[in-house]
Design a protein around this ligand. Sequence first.
Ligand code: SAH
Ligand code: F3S
Length: 473
Amino acid sequence: MNQSRLQKIPVRKRKNQFNHSVYIETYGCQMNANDSEIVASILEGQGYAVTDNPMDADLILLNTCAVRDKAEQTVRNRLQHFKGLKRRRPDLKVGLIGCMAERLKDRLLEEEKLVDMVAGPDSYRDLPRLLEELKDGRKAINVLLSLEETYDDIPPVRINSNGISAFVSITRGCDNMCTFCVVPFTRGRERSRNPETIMNEIRDLQQQGFKEVTLLGQNVDSYLWYGGGPKKDFAKQPEDVRRRAVDFAQLLDRVAGAFPGMRIRFTTSNPQDMTREVIAVMKKHPNIGRQIHLPFQSGSNRILKLMNRRYTREEYLDLIDFIRREIPDISLSHDIIAGFPTETEDDHRDTLSLMEAVRFDYGFMFAYSERPGTAAAKRLRDDVPRGVKIKRLNEIIALQQRHSRERMQAFVGGESEVLVEGPSKKNKDEWMGRNLQNAVVVFPATGREKPGDFVRVRITGATSATLRGERVD
Ligand code: SAH
Ligand code: F3S
């Protein structure tokens, strides 16, 4: 999932039929964006309207990311800013939710006194009670993690939506324990969501006019529904329960088959868990996005082992070969970490050579950031100097930019099916949409199309981030 962009997602103003108002600022990955929609749904039930202006709000929530230190520093700065606001408006309450809440527990509440309320990713159903505590003048906290919670019966309120594409969570938590990663500690054990409730949510979206859904999980290929409960308990289930279980390939097949008029995407895939069945399902359904986000983190087998990624460079390249043979027009993206502990120049060159071997369409690239409590932080010294990390990261970014330009250029002269999302930001006479490979396409409006339409566009030009073209049908 893309945790790279520290995105501040604006929320749309809603009707004023409520007696309270909440402003939610979301950082981090798509899962957090979707969680904010679940939180908005729970709070609407408590009489809170969602506002996009913190000055209008009597409750401010920061839905936070803990994956790198920089993300946390940004949130701390925002909290200082809101502390200033609180001085002028004593009634205003500020809550910390999401992964930083889980990681820091009561620290920002008790020691640093930056917030009034703390709620971890599995405790959002408890928000009504926590808000009552606040009303009574008490500080409120719930950071319990759950083995079952998937919020599967809560219809997300699409607060930051273009009305065309939406996220649908299918798993929560992660059991992989990559040694650099804080997510298993902040989001808990992996569990899957009931496929019936997934289908119902997509049906609702379709009825509201949505045209695209992205199935979300830290590791979607690991999806396994056997009646509820954590993935780790699957093996203990009776034989008949195990036989009836639904895996990711089956879920994807069901979703794509039931909603042929919608585009189906998914993220994130983990190389060690992606199955060939998933590729077969993608091949079978033309409405599944021709795009796989397949983080590899490092091209060096020695580093992959230290990261506890359970694949080798060779296995990764074999998987890519297989995918490209089966689906030649696939778009591939990655996540890479530069400067993991003990990384040498040779390891770094292995990463660059893997990139050269694959030539990814795009990627998300990070300097290693030590996270307290992770296995890497406990066992390995963060010994690659900051300057070296940045130099390697810059080399990786420069190479990716070259590959992105080349990959985008390869669309020129061909045709793409574009799902129109809305007017282009730069020019209101042009539409912006995405093709099946998820590349952004801009084309002049003809007067015959509207947001939500699928149109054929001949691609006439490309930069490293945008395709340009003309409607042909
Ligand atoms: N499976 C998750 C991964 C979440 S973290 C998903 O759905 O994407 C997203 C990315 O952040 C990871 O793939 C990794 O490249 C990067 N990342 C995670 N922990 C990091 C750390 N400690 N330092 C730098 N980058 C990190
Ligand atoms: Fe993190 Fe690895 Fe899971 S990157 S979210 S522990 S797959």
